[in-house]
Design a protein around this ligand. Structure first.
Ligand code: SF4
Length: 345
């Protein structure tokens, strides 16, 4: 078993996973159904499931819950890829297909919420990897997590690309009746050809917008994180317009654009994809991202301005703080595995 190898042979792997889970608590499974073919699940019993965000003063949230590591949605640009390396797992295909499942997340959360030391702070989910990725269809951790939050009237938000969130609609409504609940969906663009190659494991953008529509129809306001806007591939004026128009017509309460960023781990994987699919853009990217993981400020400002103007034109207001999602901000390059925050879900 791969995990046994890690704990037996790799000092870094041993340090990382024993710190997080306990080496004897790992069970590795595969499922021979088309949906899970090629995916290996590492079931672990985590020691803690509520994580504090380092440098929370710079972030719009302080506490997170992430029941999974790795993500079969397989977005080429996903910056959570780097966090897989802390478990000695591969950050490319390994990130897409070696999924760590914290099978005791619901019971652990319920226990932690009941602790006298817990002050009922807001909890953000979907900040590292997607809590409604395909694995959730089998493991069903989120119903227990939402039920625990509901029972403790603990405010929370979640961000997803997964249509599976609608399975938990009733629970979300129940939670929203007793506490602040924010749901946000990530749709960076609506171009189907780009979606198929750059976000190959995700539901189509139109299906994600159906989630927004359904939630709105049930009284749960849903914002859209328009992320990532991909330079030279999804940032043309007409592409931005088509995306914002679709988001508005789905009934989103707000739209927040975020330009692609390429941190180590994601950068290598994305650039290799770019070289295969759009080789003529490689030099332009090298120039645009010459200064580091983030696109230049002028580029970020331009995208933000364009999207906000379009949002206004289509009747969407700006995002309210603490409403439908927790927004990402640029972070320091160095983060620890459980503390890596906000992918481009
Ligand atoms: S960007 Fe989000 S949905 Fe895509 S692979 Fe990463 S965690 Fe999963």
């Amino acid at each position: 078993m791969r995990w046994e190898n890690l704990t037996a042979e790799s000092g870094r792997g041993r340090a990382a996973d024993t710190a997080l889970f306990g080496a004897d608590a790992v069970t590795t499974r595969t499922f021979d159904t088309p949906e899970f073919r090629g995916i290996t699940f590492h079931e672990v019993r985590a020691r803690s499931v509520v994580n504090r965000v380092p440098g929370a003063s710079r972030m719009p949230f302080e506490w997170t819950v992430n029941p999974y590591r790795g993500c079969s949605h397989a977005c080429v640009y996903c910056f959570a890829r780097k966090s897989h390396s802390y478990l000695d797992l591969d950050t490319g295909l390994g990130f897409d297909s070696q999924i760590v499942v914290k099978v005791n997340a619901p019971e652990l959360l319920r226990r932690q919420l009941a602790s006298p030391r817990w002050q009922g702070e807001h909890i953000a989910m979907g900040t590292n990897v997607d809590c409604y990725q395909r694995a959730e269809g089998r493991y069903r951790l989120m119903p227990g997590i939402i039920a625990a939050l509901r029972d403790h009237a603990n405010p929370f938000s979640l961000l997803t690309k997964g249509t599976l969130v609608l399975r938990d609609l009733d629970l979300l409504k129940q939670a929203a009746s007793v506490t602040e609940v924010g749901v946000s969906v990530s749709v960076g663009f609506t171009d189907p050809a780009l979606w198929r190659t750059v976000e190959p494991g995700t539901p189509a953008p139109e299906r994600r917008l159906d989630v927004v529509r359904t939630l709105a129809g049930h009284g749960i306001g849903c914002g859209v994180l328009m992320a990532p806007v991909i330079p030279f591939l999804s940032d043309g004026p007409e592409q931005l317009r088509a995306t914002v128009r679709a988001i508005a017509s789905a009934g989103a309460t707000s739209v927040t654009p975020l330009a692609l960023h390429l941190r180590p781990g994601a950068r290598e994987w994305f650039m290799s994809w770019l070289g295969r699919h759009h080789p003529h853009l490689v030099h332009r990217y090298e120039r645009l991202y010459a200064g580091g993981a983030y696109a230049p400020k002028w580029y970020q400002r331009r995208i933000t301005r364009q999207v906000h103007e379009l949002a206004q034109e289509y009747g969407m207001g700006p995002a309210r703080p603490g409403a439908a999602r927790r927004l990402p901000e640029p972070e320091p390059e160095h983060t620890t595995p459980e503390r890596t925050q906000l992918t481009l879900l």
